[in-house]
Unconditional design. Structure first.
Length: 254
C-alpha cells in the first residue's frame, strides 16, 4: 500500500523537477497527479526559505532574494513550464492550421512571441513575488505554486492528447471516472489546506476561483486550437495559474 502511494509521487517529482528522486515509478502514469501538489509545496518551501533569510536583511535587499528564489525555482523545475509558455506563445496566435501549430510546438527554437511571453511572465512574477516578500505573506506564493501544479493534474485527466507522442502522452487522455474523481479529491484537499492558511476567506475564494477559471478557459482554448493538450500546454497553464493567483490576491490584499 505504501509503495502504491509513493510511486506516483516519485513519478511526479521526476516529471516536474530535476530532483534525483530514488524509487520506483508508478505503473499507471496518470496516478502521478497525486504528487503534483506536493511538488508545488516543496518548491514553495524553498521560496519560503529565501523569504525567511531576506527578513534578516534591510528592505533594499529583498528584491535580490526574490530574484534568487525565482532563479532557484526555475532551475529545479528545469524551466519546463517557461519553455511551454514560450512555445505556446509562438504557436497559438493567428489563424494557423492545427498541424502547423503542433509543428511549432515541437520546434525547440524560440520565436519573438515566445521570447516576449517569457520576459513579461518573469517580470510579472518577480514584481508580484517582491510584493508578497515585502508584505511577509509568502504563503500566497506557496499557494500559487501548489494550485498551478494541481490544475496541471486536472487538465491531464480531463483533456485528450493532441498528438500520440510527447511529454503528456503517457499521462493525459485517461477519461475514466476514477481518475476524474481522484482529480476532484485532490482539488478538494488542496482547497481545504489553502482555506486554513489563507490570510482571509475572501482571498481564498478569489485565488481558488481564479485558478479554476484560468484552467477552464485554457482548456477550451487548447481544444479549439489543437483538439487537446501537449506538454507545452501544461507548462503554459502552470505559468498562467501562478500569475492569476498572485495577481488576484494582490488586488484584494489592501
Amino acid at each position: 500500500m505504501l509503495e502504491f502511494l509513493i510511486a506516483p509521487i516519485v513519478t511526479a517529482f521526476r516529471t516536474l523537477t530535476v530532483f534525483p528522486v530514488p524509487g520506483k515509478e508508478a505503473d499507471e502514469f496518470p496516478l502521478s497527479i497525486i504528487g503534483f501538489p506536493l511538488v508545488g509545496l516543496v518548491l514553495g518551501g524553498m521560496v519560503w526559505l529565501f523569504a525567511s533569510i531576506a527578513r534578516l536583511w534591510t528592505a533594499p535587499m529583498i528584491p535580490v532574494f526574490v530574484l534568487l528564489a525565482l532563479m532557484t525555482e526555475s532551475f529545479f523545475t528545469g524551466a519546463l513550464h517557461l519553455d511551454g509558455l514560450g512555445d505556446c506563445a509562438d504557436a497559438f496566435p493567428g489563424k494557423k492550421e492545427r498541424q502547423r501549430i503542433l509543428e511549432i510546438l515541437k520546434d525547440s527554437r524560440m520565436g519573438t512571441f515566445g521570447v516576449c511571453a517569457l520576459v513579461f511572465d518573469l517580470l510579472l512574477k518577480f514584481l508580484l513575488w517582491n510584493f508578497w516578500f515585502a508584505q511577509a505573506r509568502v504563503t500566497i506564493i506557496v499557494f500559487s505554486l501548489v494550485l498551478s501544479r494541481t490544475m496541471q493534474g486536472c487538465l491531464l485527466v480531463i483533456m485528450p492528447n493532441a498528438r500520440k507522442n510527447g511529454i503528456a502522452s503517457a499521462f493525459a487522455g485517461n477519461h475514466s471516472l476514477g481518475y476524474k474523481l481522484l482529480a476532484a479529491a485532490i482539488v478538494a484537499t488542496v482547497s481545504a489546506f489553502s482555506m486554513i492558511f489563507s490570510p482571509t476567506a475572501l482571498i481564498f475564494i478569489v485565488i481558488l476561483f481564479s485558478a479554476l477559471l484560468v484552467t477552464l478557459l485554457w482548456a477550451l482554448y487548447c481544444w479549439e486550437k489543437i483538439g487537446g493538450i501537449t506538454g507545452d500546454c501544461l507548462g503554459a497553464l502552470n505559468e498562467l495559474v501562478e500569475l492569476a493567483v498572485l495577481f488576484s490576491a494582490a488586488t484584494l490584499f489592501y
